[in-house]
Design a protein around this ligand. Structure first.
Ligand code: FBP
Length: 552
């Protein structure tokens, strides 16, 4: 198989590690702090996680851990959407395992959590690992969105772990997959076994973070790729002066991706879903905000612009959010009846007849295309598949209608020609930036050190990320500490709390302090493509979000 010149060059890249984990592994000891508490719903969670609730935070320091060199067998799972750097997590885990004991074995469960349920796996070896170092994608073993949920599935996972004689399972996933990791750790502990479960914070969405987990891997690379593309479109806009570009960006719920891209590219408008919810904005108000910028720019002779729309927006508009909540419960409860309906039209009619009050009015007022998209299958975690709802088209349609009205009233005299884009899958498998390559390799190593210190129910953590890797600190955060109870499929479930954009945080405030100017003037910035080789300020910079968060 022929490989590209860049892939060949990236094989030679040596990821940087935090100093403490560069040590001889038998000299790294986990230091345990005080017991911890969950972010909310502590009593319910204590009952659900009898064995694993409230563990202390773990940090690493020089000491003695003769157990590290024990021969081990570990299984690894890639879960959910791909994120750049996943291969390096596996490489880091493999290298650490083999460094501690050459006889140890790493198996990769195939195609996500389904792999452990069905005992489908491959044994990883030097050849396979070397072929995937510093590459994007999750194709080394494949990924999937199966949820380990039912008692039968937990038993199946346990059976596989026992048959395989695993010492530990490492789950590389987002908030939902790490919720699974916490449940599995508890299940194994209740079974009286020592099989450990360690999670790794993955997702381009950037919403698996908190005081201790500074970033999920993949966010850095994905936002750099999207920002490159947005910058290129901005340059096209100022070259040809023809179009308003409406760009929807992946990120499911939170607007971290849109905000980071806005900070990098300074578009005319970037909608932040969390602000829409906080201000209880209606769809009509969002349309007014965009229209206002279009009108003002037209007065200056700029009949072009760039608008960023986070894909989660639709759920955060309070009136649409309420509608989606009622729809989720309705579709979960009356799934059998819904499935019998012949076509989309029948589904829309049936749903319209079942909805109540204001939700019904909102649903009926939406274009048929969006109505149909709102009824599409939920993912296995019960979430609406927002990546398939074309909010940017909805906004274009509504802005165009509003501008027509203003034109008729003599309040607008420009030209509005809009183009819609969706940037999502383009970035999830990019070659990881140096930051993600280093961070992920360090997370893989960290997972091993947690295992070697007999810990279970932890998320690997590497901190101090806005500083050079020589200042990074590795450790583990108990999974139950990040959990609360939320409604899923109409039922209350334990889940890791998603981190949304904080409106009093530095990234949002920095954006908000400049956006009025961006809305009217042309202040675009062109970040260009990710650079892997060159000066530090070009190729070794973390995201603006991380820098701003850590400066304050
Ligand atoms: P994860 O949370 O699994 O990392 O996935 C993130 C994501 O890329 C979201 O941004 C997007 O909404 C979703 O996956 C798309 O899912 P799918 O890959 O199933 O189309």
């Amino acid at each position: 198989q022929k490989i590209s010149a860049l892939q060949k060059a990236r094989y030679g890249y040596i990821p940087k590690l935090p100093p403490v984990i560069q040590e001889d592994l038998s000299k790294i000891q986990a230091q345990l702090g005080e017991p911890t508490e969950a972010v909310a719903d502590r009593e319910e969670l204590k009952k659900l996680f009898e064995k694993t609730y409230g563990k202390p935070i773990a940090t690493f320091s020089r000491g003695s851990n003769p157990d590290a060199s024990k021969k081990r067998k570990v299984g690894v799972i890639l879960s959910g959407g791909p994120a750049p750097g996943g291969h390096n997590v596996i490489c880091g885990l493999y290298d650490a395992l083999k460094k501690a004991n050459r006889e140890s074995v790493l198996i990769g469960f195939k195609n996500g959590p389904a792999g452990i349920l069905e005992n489908e796996y491959i044994e990883l070896n030097d050849k396979i690992i070397n072929d995937y170092r510093n590459t994007g994608g999750f194709d080394i073993i494949g990924s999937g969105r199966t949820k380990i949920e039912t008692p039968k599935q937990f038993e199946q996972a346990f059976k596989t772990a026992q048959e395989q004689q695993l010492d530990a399972v490492v789950i590389i996933g987002g908030d939902d997959s790490n919720t699974n990791a916490a449940l599995l750790a508890e299940f194994f502990a209740k079974k009286g076994t020592n099989i450990q479960v360690i999670g790794i914070p993955k997702t381009i969405d950037g919403d698996l973070k908190n005081q201790y987990i500074e970033a999920s891997f993949g966010f850095d690379t994905a936002t750099k790729v999207y920002s490159e593309l947005i910058g290129n479109i901005e340059r096209d806009a100022i070259s040809s002066h023809k179009y308003w570009h409406f760009i929807r960006l992946m990120g499911r719920s939170a607007s971290h991706i849109a905000l980071e891209c806005a900070l990098q590219t300074q578009p005319n408008i970037c909608i932040i879903s969390e602000e829409v919810r906080a201000k209880n904005m209606t769809l009509a108000q969002i349309v007014d905000q965009i229209t206002d910028s279009v009108v003002k720019r037209a007065e200056k002779g700029y009949n072009y612009g760039v608008i960023l729309v986070p894909e989660g927006l639709i759920e955060f508009i309070p009136e649409v959010g309420n509608l989606i909540e009622e729809l989720n419960t309705l579709l979960a409860k009356e799934a059998a009846e819904f499935e019998k309906l012949e076509d989309t039209k029948a589904q829309i009619d049936w749903v319209s007849s079942k909805l109540t009050g204001r939700n019904k009015d909102v649903f009926v007022s939406l274009p048929a295309g969006i109505q149909a998209q709102l009824l599409m299958d939920r993912d296995p975690h019960g979430n609406v598949q927002v990546s398939r709802i074309e909010t940017e088209k909805l906004l274009i349609e509504m802005v165009a209608t509003k501008l027509k009205k203003l034109k008729a009233e003599g309040k607008y005299n420009g030209k509005f020609s809009a183009i819609n884009h969706f940037f999502g899958y383009e970035a999830r498998c990019a070659f990881p930036s140096n930051f993600d390559a280093d961070y992920c390799y360090a997370l893989g190593f960290t997972a091993f050190v947690l295992i070697a210190n007999n810990l279970t129910g932890y998320l690997a953590s590497v901190r101090n990320l806005s500083r050079p890797a020589s200042d990074w600190e590795a450790g583990g955060i108990p999974l139950t500490m990040m959990m609360n109870m939320e409604k899923r499929h109409g039922e209350m479930k334990p889940v890791i709390r998603k981190a949304l954009v904080e409106l009093d945080g530095a990234p949002f405030k920095t954006f908000a302090s400049q956006r009025d100017e961006w809305a009217v003037e042309t202040c675009y910035q062109f970040p260009g493509a990710i650079q892997y080789y060159g000066p530090d300020d070009v190729c070794n910079q973390p995201t603006k979000t991380l820098k701003l968060e850590q400066e304050t």
